[in-house]
Write a protein that binds this ligand. Structure first.
Ligand code: BGC
Ligand code: NOJ
Length: 814
């Protein structure tokens, strides 16, 4: 069952039924001001940091779900009936409901008793505000007198404190209302120099800023008393819960349309110009008035919307493909790329599943996110890399997270995840391959943000690599530390205290438990680092890296091999994890996927065996589960992985992030059919028809789909902010379609399904547009390239030496 459809031409998903299984959300903003918005106008806004600069309130995990939003109410001032065109919060039986989620904007609307209304929400580029354009049309044969109400509930900035510290917060709320604009200025009197505002383009018939006046006692957002009465009360909030509500009265002839523009924004004043007149407690509004005046003008709002569209045209235009498969095209050309940008922007902070108060930017996560967006935002990627590297410790170790506002490492969340440092090499390598900007390696970057500790970024990479080598265990495999990529495989934790964090507790000294995944990652990044060293002319150093890699590869083949597949780890007692000797957790996806991806066992048949075992034991119709059999009980020596009921999350859920490792492994083995088959099993668009089972949005990846051991097999959770986005994009683009960036140029190495006659693509790479067409003339993966009519040797297309900006590449597959 579907709840809508893809409109690929407009790059939209159109939801046609409001009661989706979960709120299906979209993101507004792509620079500093952000919002999340659901298909029924739920969600909230923030400036840069979803916890510390939250503008509006949202009630996570509420009943009914998804409350707190950008709500519009219409009221027929003759019949006194009122409703919400976005269905929530009044949930009337509206007609022709639709929600169009597009690139950075959402349009929601419907018709009720002959009145059509829709609202377009978006954040203009380079501004810290969101625009709501509410269009109301009278479809009746008679005149209609309609009151339009727009409302939001302010958050008192720190979302965590806002939801807990009521003894203080019920006293501090303050607003100002001036010339019809509502200003939320809680704590402006003291240390904040920022405020929020809510403005309306049409002269107000009334406003409210005090929640109780608007809603009435013991009433909810589904039936605000002031809306029911048809008149806002011009209340001024003192403490309690400040809100913003505007009322506009429309008198519409049959067929007449009116547009109301609302602005919700964030503004900072210079510390010495906070008040006007100086010495007063009144906000200085001189700095913000021009912005408000500008965007309240419909023409300006429309122009800003156009610019946003052009922005996305440009970003998505960097890679466009046309393959025989609609799901591949749609995800690569539109939604997967879009999700990669959103994930880069927000890391794991704010979604329907991430509350925006918990997490900073993950070191490992952010480096992997680079794989998916670096071609769209190389300058921002560069900044992000340098910020991440600046939090690295002099030992080569990494804070697991840093806070985006301060850019400082955050220890509260735990450290000593021994895979973390290696991901920096993955991120930097992806950046270098995309941009060719070798200068970044010479940038001076501090350790732990300590002035005076600066060394080149290249030196940071060296230390990342050395960090693993300095932490090897009894078999010569890397010690796992607190955990590796699998945050829940906590082999040194041994936690028996309820509620204790698996991410911060370590009760063992960590000198025994080893990770085969980190070994695979080490082999993979060691080769990348060797390439980087060579590109700096450091050939001897490159050879050293390759020696270390070869040695690690041998150790994996010897001590990390279980006979039919790769082991996952050794625990604190030196016992195997992910072995046929285990009663539960005999085989894991991570080590098998990553070792194959890294090319371990390619020559001696072990990679083939490992992926065959993965297919046999882990692959399901909804994707590849993390391990089998699941852990049926809690194991003190394994940690959080065994805390989840079987089939969920890291305990044998389909952890979509790790599936592409297997796809890449299959592609390396030349198995295009198998790689693409796995790709489709978790591709959200390909799962659209089973939306009632999948439940999450059909246009973006979710972190997890419940595995075969779960009662809800096939049900997705934790959509949007996941490493799944970048890895699937990378796997399908670079390894299946085989449009691969290298330090020396664009490599073309498709491993596509046998029944594809070929595909076409345009890729803008280092300023040159490559028009690629692949034609299949045989069953295999052998490629011959003709570049601008001349055959070339090999399959790497170097940048044109004569400055041409357009290049055609014809590839014949045999
Ligand atoms: C989740 C992991 C996540 C970790 C760190 C765990 O509860 O299962 O997926 O990586 O928390 O936030
Ligand atoms: C989600 C985390 O953000 C990521 O860092 C981790 O690798 C996966 N969960 C697996 O545990």
């Amino acid at each position: 069952m579907k709840f809508g459809y893809f409109d690929d031409r407009n790059r939209e998903y159109v939801i046609t039924q409001p009661d989706t299984p979960l709120p299906w959300i979209n993101y507004l903003g792509c620079q500093e001001y952000y919002g999340i918005i659901s298909n029924t106008a739920g969600g909230y806004s923030f400036y840069r940091d979803a916890r510390l600069r939250r503008l509006t309130r949202y009630r996570y995990n509420n009943a009914p779900m998804d409350l707190g939003g950008r709500y519009i109410y219409l009221r027929d001032d003759e019949s006194h009936q009122f409703w919400s065109p976005s269905w929530q919060p009044t949930r009337h039986d509206i007609e022709n409901y639709s929600c169009r989620h597009g690139m950075g904007y959402t349009v929601i609307g419907s018709t009720y008793s002959g009145i059509e209304a829709h609202t377009r929400y978006f954040v203009p580029l380079d501004e810290n505000l969101e625009i709501w354009q509410v269009t109301v049309t009278n479809r009746r044969a008679t005149r209609a007198r309609i009151s339009t109400f727009a409302s939001i509930e302010f958050c008192l900035w720190d979302a965590q404190d806002d939801a807990t510290n009521f003894q203080r917060n019920f006293n501090v709320g303050e607003v100002e209302v001036e010339e019809g604009v509502i200003y939320h200025k809680t704590e402006y009197r003291e240390r904040r120099n920022h405020f929020a505002y809510f403005a309306c383009s049409v002269p107000n018939a009334g406003f409210d800023t005090q929640r109780e006046a608007f809603l009435g006692r013991y009433r909810g957002w589904d039936s605000p008393a002031a809306v029911e009465a048809g008149q806002l009360t011009n209340s001024i909030a003192h403490g309690w819960s400040p809100i913003g509500a505007h009322q506009v009265k429309l008198d519409l002839a049959p067929g007449e349309t009116r547009q109301i523009v609302l602005l919700l924004g964030y503004h900072e004043n210079p510390a010495n110009q906070k008040f006007d007149p100086a010495g007063s407690q009144t906000i200085n509004k001189k700095t913000v008035r021009p912005v408000i005046a500008k965007y309240l003008d419909t023409k300006e709002a429309d122009a800003a919307f156009e610019r946003l569209g052009q922005h996305w045209d440009k970003l998505l235009g960097i890679l466009q493909v046309s393959t025989p498969d609609v799901h591949t095209n749609r995800m690569v050309n539109i939604w997967n790329a879009y999700q990669c940008m959103v994930t880069f922007n927000l890391s794991r902070s704010a979604s329907f599943f991430e509350s925006g108060i918990g997490r900073g930017l993950g070191f490992r996560d952010s480096n992997q996110d680079l794989l998916g967006f670096v071609h769209m935002a190389p300058t921002r990627a560069r900044r992000r890399i340098l910020d991440l590297a600046a939090t690295q410790l002099a030992t080569g170790g990494a804070y697991h997270q840093y806070q985006p506002l301060t850019k400082r490492g955050n220890n509260d969340i735990g450290s000593g995840f021994n895979d973390d440092p290696l991901w920096l090499i993955v991120g930097v390598s992806a950046y270098l391959k995309e941009t060719g900007d070798r200068c970044i390696l010479d940038e001076k970057v501090p350790f732990d943000n300590e002035p005076g500790s600066e060394k080149t970024l290249y030196e940071h990479l060296r230390r990342s690599f050395a960090y693993t080598l300095e932490r090897l265990g009894p078999h010569g495999l890397p010690l796992i530390g607190r955990a590796d990529w699998n945050d829940c495989l906590n082999l040194n934790c041994f936690s028996s205290t309820p509620g204790q964090s698996f991410q911060t507790t370590t009760n063992k000294d960590g000198k025994v438990a080893e990770s085969v995944l980190i070994a695979g990652l080490f082999v993979y990044v060691g080769r990348e680092l060797a390439e980087i060293a060579k590109s700096r002319g450091l050939n001897a150093e490159a050879s050293t890296y390759l020696c270390k890699v070869a040695k690690m590869e041998q150790i994996v083949l010897e001590h990390g091999w279980d006979g039919e597949w790769f082991l996952r780890a050794y625990d604190d007692f030196g016992a195997k994890i992910g072995s046929k000797e285990c009663t539960e957790g005999k085989i894991f996806i991570e080590s098998n996927g990553f070792c194959a991806l890294a090319g371990i066992g390619l020559d001696d048949g072990k990679a083939v065996l490992a992926l065959a075992a993965t297919r046999e034991h882990l692959a399901t119709r909804h994707g590849i589960v993390l391990q089998q059999p699941p852990y049926s009980k809690y194991y003190l020596n394994l940690g959080e992985i065994s805390s989840y009921p079987p089939g969920y999350k890291e305990n044998a859920g389909i952890f979509c992030h790790a599936n592409p490792w297997v796809m890449i492994g299959e592609a390396r083995l030349g198995h295009g059919d198998q790689a693409h088959d796995y790709y489709l099993r978790i591709n959200p668009s390909a799962r659209e028809e089973i939306s009632e089972l999948h439940r999450c949005e059909p246009y973006v990846y979710a972190q997890m789909i419940a595995g075969k051991d779960a009662p809800t097999f096939g049900e997705a959770k934790n959509s949007w902010l996941t490493g799944t986005a970048a890895w699937n994009y990378y796997a399908v683009v670079q390894w299946i379609l085989g449009i691969r960036t290298t330090l020396n140029g664009l490599e073309i190495a498709p491993v596509i399904p046998k029944n594809w006659p070929g595909y076409k693509a345009t890729r803008i790479f280092r300023g040159v547009a490559y028009h690629i067409s692949i034609e299949r003339k045989g069953d295999g993966n052998q490629i011959a390239l003709i570049v601008d009519d001349s055959p070339i040797a090999g399959n790497i297309v170097s940048p044109p030496s004569d400055g041409r900006k357009e290049v055609t590449i014809k590839g014949i597959l045999r």
